[in-house]
Design a protein around this ligand. Sequence first.
Ligand code: FAD
Ligand code: NAD
Length: 466
Amino acid sequence: MEKFDVTVIGSGPGGYVAAIRCAQLGFKTALIERYSTLGGTCLNVGCIPSKALLDSSEHFHNATHTFATHGIDVKEVKVNLAQMIKRKSEVVKQTCDGINFLMKKNKITVFNGHGSFASKNTISIKNDKGETIIESDKTIIATGSKPLSLPSITIDKKRIITSTEALELKEVPKHLILVGGGVIGLELGSVYARLGSKVSVLEYADGIIPTMDKALGKELQKSLSKIGIAFYLNHKVTGATATAKEVTVTAENKEGQAVEFKGDYCLVALGRKPYTDNLGLDKAGVKLDAKGKVEVDEHLQTNVAGIYAIGDVVRGAMLAHKAEEEGTFVAEVIAGQKPHINYNLIPGVVYTWPEVASVGYTEEQLKEKGIKYKAGNFPFKASGRARASMDTDGFVKVLADAITDEILGVHMIGPRTADMIAEAVVAMEFRASAEDVSRMSHAHPTFTESFKEACLDATAKRAIHI
Ligand code: FAD
Ligand code: NAD
């Protein structure tokens, strides 16, 4: 029986990063993946393919909506969905192949097959060729998550679909009904709205992206309404049925009345659930919490010494970069180091257009905690760079401590805020004040000047350009 120092089950951004860091630290490392390609949800059916389609559909939208204003006349612009999906698949393949290369480079042994604990220190790997058993001193569970649905909705993968099928459609839907106005719904809803679908969002809460700062959801709804997305807030979806060509989605509105929506596709995007199916956790004695997530302590160790868990399968945000941080963290813990993750400073991004990006406390959380704060705001319509590119929707909002001026939260919606938020994370990791940022030079003209201006507004209401 081959013996490893560390075995990682699952090759998503949590698992493959953990494996690389373990190898860097000198451990003999194994990685087990049940699918034939490495990279997990993120690379295969998540972050990467969705961004590829968002980029392609944005080009189409610009060609049909903004090129003429820029003085570019194009005739007969058409969507070639098959080519769009093919390009997306090529991007996915290149990215996944890159992970194979990294495994080889770091001398990590990759096992293809379904991994499950046979005991605390032995893991069975089954595939169509048979079973292999390996021994491992330490094991990291990085098995990720799967889409969540309602008991009353059967995902038939044809008309009633999840994000995975929405990345592979053969036609542009005529009317796409989105169950859930969260991140997946709005990103993939944007893709198809830009390609010409009528898109209706049914959301239970009183605003979209309800876990983010409320101001962001309100502004995003305004922008997405401009590309034709219709929003039905305070609508609790109760069921969905499909025929060969049609879907019917039922919901309860704010007044408690039953309402019905008809379309040709229904995308269920109600969240994701941790994936631990057939993992043999009982054989190792590993406990789950009430939500079915693997229970871990502050060192990401389960209730069983030597077995750790990271990423979507444990508590916290279901984000690729959170999983990556935890992958590095756990490898360093195993090596006896004392790493640290500031979970409050894991940024959240929605890759719609305008993009939404956020880090730290929301205004609602500061109010709830009774922390006194100052708010600074800068609208992109006052930015020269945003006017040049015709991307004037949105704003940057900075929340700073009322007494110390320390930045406590930054919430942005606008052009390239997915990239801009990194500056806020750095500033907050170094516990910068709003004044600190407002005294740093930002290249002109850039979108980033808007962050500086919002900091000026927060620190002393002295933004220059508003
Ligand atoms: P996963 O990526 O889910 O990987 C787990 C892996 O474990 C899988 O490959 C699975 O096959 C394997 N596995 C499970 N059980 C076993 C077993 N018993 N044996 C062997 N292998 C097993 N996050 C972002 O930060 N940014 C984004 O832009 C973004 N976009 C997304 C878009 C979509 C459509 C979706 C669905 C998700 C998106 N996410 C995004 C979320 C992100 O994909 C996840 O947070 C991330 O993949 C979690 O990483 P992980 O390593 O924990 O798990
Ligand atoms: P989500 O949690 O973001 O959104 C689900 C939405 O469904 C919520 O707004 C919720 O109020 C609503 N909802 C719940 N029950 C409902 C009902 N019965 N009727 C109507 N609405 C209802 O989940 P998601 O969009 O499926 O995304 C899953 C995960 O994947 C998220 O945790 C997210 O972090 C991750 N993800 C991240 C990105 C990114 O970082 N850009 C992109 C896609 C997915």
